[in-house]
Every structure is written in C-alpha cells, then in structure tokens.
Design a protein around this ligand. Structure first.
Ligand code: AR6
Length: 176
C-alpha cells in the first residue's frame, strides 16, 4: 500500500501547487536545461536575481553538491523553490549515492525549517547527470520515508516527467 503522505504523479513540476518545489540545479544556481530551465522560465527573471544574490562559497559556486538553498518562487504556483545539486553519475565509487541521499535529506530539512507542509521532488540527477533511474528512485523513497516517520504533517509528491519513471516509483511504493 502506498504511504498516505507520499504521492506519485506524472507531469510537470512547475505546475505543482505545493509549498515547495525542488529544483535539480547545478552548483552555480544560475539556471540550465531540464527541470532547472523549466523552473526558471516559469518563475520569471526575479528568480535568477535572487539566485545571483546568494553568496558564492567559491568562485561561481553557490551550492555544493548534496546541499540545498531556498528561494521564493515568484510566478510559480508554489511558495518556495528549494534548489539542490545532485551528483553527476560516474562509476558509483565517488559517493554518488550518498550525495543523492543528501539532496533529499537537506531539501526536506529546509522545507520543514520554513514551515512547509508539502514538497514536490523531480527525479534529481536522472537526466543530464545520468544517475540510474531505479537506483535514484530507491534512494529518494528510502530517504523520504525515513524523514516522514518523524514528520507526520509533511506531504511529499514525486513528480515524474515520464511514464517509465512514474512506474518505477509506483512499483517501489507498492512493494511493502
Ligand atoms: N517537471 C518534472 N520533471 C522534469 C521536468 C519538469 N518540468 N523537466 C525535466 N524533468 P535534469 P539532472 C525531469 O536533466 O539530471 C540542468 O541543466 C527529467 O526528465 O533536469 O539533475 C541543471 O542546470 C529527469 O527525470 O536534472 C544541471 O546542470 C529529471 O527531471 C543539470 O541539468 C532530472 O533531469 C542537472 O541534471
């Protein structure tokens, strides 16, 4: 049975009316392709301005891999955008799984710290960053479930851009 705090939907995360949507960004936080491009396009130019104003941790880097930063969401129906930077999948020997887990964990923590009751995640790192989709979904689901066991008032949406990804999540969540 699917957990009643978790929902899986197939669609476009920019349309989600939740407190926070998560962006699969890169370390510059200045936009890019994929879901990052879609979020910046829909939010409007003020989002980029707020991202540019975030402090640089090193030249050109506003968020380290596995970490997360929160901004307003401007023209999006959500209240906040939580920008996280997933790992680029290499050979699995560079801490990729741990870094991906950190993305989910830090995004969830930031949501709760900002009084969010609902948060929507895309399938972080499974596009341009080539993380294997099934392994990525396992990490997403296990991290979220563990977090929700201590946060019974939070709702989590997994927003899948294609049917194949959605079916991976449905399968994982109906497995227990
Ligand atoms: N709504 C929900 N999911 C989406 C959407 C959308 N509108 N658009 C794409 N996806 P990717 P990454 C899915 O490549 O692998 C960017 O250039 C997509 O099908 O967006 O973490 C950043 O700036 C895939 O399942 O992110 C970084 O440089 C998932 O979102 C880099 O790509 C993630 O694909 C990050 O790569």
């Amino acid at each position: 049975m699917e957990n009643n705090q978790i929902e899986v939907v197939e669609g476009d995360i920019t349309l989600c009316k939740v407190d926070a949507i998560v962006n699969a960004a890169n370390r510059t936080l200045l936009g890019g392709g994929g879901v990052d491009g879609a979020i910046h396009r829909s939010a409007g130019p003020e989002l980029l301005k707020e991202c540019e104003a975030l402090p640089e941790l090193e030249p050109g880097v506003r968020c380290q891999t596995g970490d997360a930063k929160l901004t307003r969401a401007y023209q999006l129906p959500a209240k906040y955008v939580i920008h996280t930077v997933g790992p680029v999948s290499r050979d699995g020997l560079h801490g990729e799984a741990e870094k991906l887990r950190d993305c989910y964990q830090h995004s969830l923590e930031l949501a709760v710290q900002n009084n969010c009751r609902s948060i929507a995640f895309p399938a972080i790192s499974t596009g341009v960053y080539h993380f294997p989709p099934k392994k990525a979904a396992e990490i997403a689901v296990s991290t979220v479930k563990e977090f929700l066991s201590n946060h019974p008032d939070l709702e989590v949406l997994f927003v899948c851009f294609d049917r194949r990804t959605a079916s991976i999540y449905h399968h994982l969540l109906s497995d227990e």
